[in-house]
Ligand binder design. Structure first.
Ligand code: ZN
Ligand code: FE
Ligand code: FE
Ligand code: ZN
Length: 265
């Protein structure tokens, strides 16, 4: 099984489980590597209620060290973060990047302006939104994140579909500019299996996006976005089938922000 680099810890206040239980789940799933990428601190604080604070970063590193100690060489344990792409965030991302020898940083678009659109508390706001306009804003934001070149992995590419608000017609008009930006910046995307368990009932991204990404030579990782031990490596067989259907034959591994690839099996 590939590595699973997108997993959370209780420090984000909406995940559960001890590091030992996450490691045991990763080993049981037969993963190549287990990577931890909790929601990164964001300034100014307090920013929102679903991430660790800056002061909790040492607790985060201790949590990861507990995982590594428990793994005892059974599986490599990688250190990452899931960072939020926000307007003007570049200096803060650079600051975070300098604070540790990370194996990778994931960039995610969870915010459009002040709106954390993937938060279930906003279902009412979605119902009143112009879906076409939200999608345009989302994909333009995603392309800017790719352009920044600050992230090793670009998270859940079409997260904007989470609550199944999808514009009619061919979605290539949204996908193509993002694909061009990701390819030009040499970005790697993730195939995130959590989407199968959300109202959209599809992995992030959709097959069509994966096909375009593969054709453009964009690298891929497969991830679960686990917020509990039982979700580590969730639906990876199904995700591998989807990646292969899109043309992928390998996934990317990260070690101290260096890449190598392994066959997709
Ligand atoms: Zn989360
Ligand atoms: Fe996310
Ligand atoms: Fe996540
Ligand atoms: Zn995520």
């Amino acid at each position: 099984m590939p590595a699973d680099y997108h997993t959370h810890t209780p420090l984000c206040r909406h995940a559960v489980g001890e590091p030992e239980a996450f490691v045991d789940a990763a080993v049981a799933a037969g993963l190549t590597e287990y990577g931890i990428s909790d929601h990164a601190p964001q300034i100014p604080e307090p920013f929102d209620d679903w991430r660790m604070s800056v002061a909790e970063l040492p607790d985060y590193f201790r949590w990861i060290e507990r995982a590594r100690a428990h793994a005892m060489g059974r599986i490599p344990v990688r250190t990452g973060l899931e960072c939020d792409w926000l307007t003007g965030c570049e200096p803060w991302i650079a600051d975070l990047a300098s604070r540790h020898e990370w194996d990778y940083l994931i960039g995610s678009v969870h915010y459009l302006g002040e709106w954390d659109f993937d938060n279930p508390k906003w279902l009412g706001r979605w119902a009143e939104s112009d879906v076409e306009a939200v999608w345009s804003h989302y994909w333009a934001t995603y392309a800017k994140m790719a352009d920044s070149g600050l992230f090793d992995i670009l998270g859940h590419p079409d997260l904007v579909k989470k609550f199944a608000h999808i514009p009619p017609g061919d979605l290539d008009r949204f996908y193509e500019p993002a694909i061009d930006a990701i390819a030009a910046a040499g970005g790697v995307i993730e195939l995130n299996s959590a989407g199968w368990h959300k109202p959209c009932a599809e992995a992030y991204p959709a097959l069509r996006f994966l096909e375009l990404a593969c054709s453009a030579g964009i690298g891929l990782v497969i991830s679960s976005d686990a917020h509990a031990p039982g979700e580590v490596g969730r639906e990876f067989s199904r995700a591998i089938d989807l990646a292969k259907a899109a043309g992928y034959r390998e996934t990317i591994l990260f070690d101290r922000r260096e890449r190598r690839s392994e066959a997709l099996i």
